[in-house]
Ligand binder design. Sequence first.
Ligand code: PEP
Ligand code: MN
Length: 335
Amino acid sequence: MIIILRRKTEQSDIDMLRQYLENKGVEYEIVSTIEANFIKIKTFAHLLDLKHINQFSSVLKAVRLSTSAPLVSSEKGKKRKVIELGGVKIGGDEFTVIAGPCSLEDEVLFLNLVKYLKSAGVRIIRAGAYKPRTSPYSFQGLGEKGLDILQKASTELGVLIVTEIMDVRDMDLVYRSSDIIQVGMRNMRNYSLLKEAGKQDKPVLLKRASDATVDEWLLAAEYILNEGNMNVILCERGVTNSLSCKSVILDLNGALEVRNRSILPVIIDPSHAGADRSLVPALARASAAADLDGIMVEVHTSPKTALSDGFQAILPEDFKNLLSDIGKIRNALKG
Ligand code: PEP
Ligand code: MN
């Protein structure tokens, strides 16, 4: 970070700024040239708040030269993260497909669907036991009963489980029943939840809030890494949009940008981004063509009777066709 100082400024104003920097524990150097006087921040620039610094009366302009999310950042040629669990890799050369219903509903139907998805090659199953719903009158998920079903699927069918945590008080329960802990888009800014997820030794799938900038999303991930959990998967699931008839739109640009700027694997949720079954396969194929790290897709045997997000769930047979298309796209990319 560079802080350019105003030409005519009182020493006492500069001292106030220096006091702020010293309290933050950063190392700095004051440089005087014919053109300007400025302060060069030498260490821990990410601890400084740009907006705050720009408010000091001695400051003409402060400019960040490096990232404010150093752990997540890919700068200085850091190696990309490959998450390995139960023989499955997320990141690197893999294109990981996670699939399953939006919510856990019926045990038998769920286990049958998991068997089908597993036979199609899926190793990681998604399903929510705690559902964030807009209306308090909508199905809220099966809660602990749903977590028990997830455990059954995991032990009896040998699949890995990703499920959402909504409340920090449920961390132990969700931890026990999952292999990957999902933080949904509504909780991307729930900083206590992010910190708690950062204390776990299981990967965290962090969805982007539909109104979050790429920087906010990266900083949310930084919260998790900063607590010691380096295994974060970023998931783009559609951003707020007012230009077309769709309320959200898949932000492939944003996904590619975070993939460039961070070391973390980036996957796409074409189901929530499309919010319409007919769009899901095309968005999923586009994600594979963009050479991102994977997708998470909602699949349901009876979308019409699904208790949540049925309108965007694809049928198992359509999912199988999608997998075959993705295989072809991946082969074409390999040349
Ligand atoms: C979900 O994955 O079912 C979900 C609720 O996702 P989001 O947080 O992206 O809305
Ligand atoms: Mn859903």
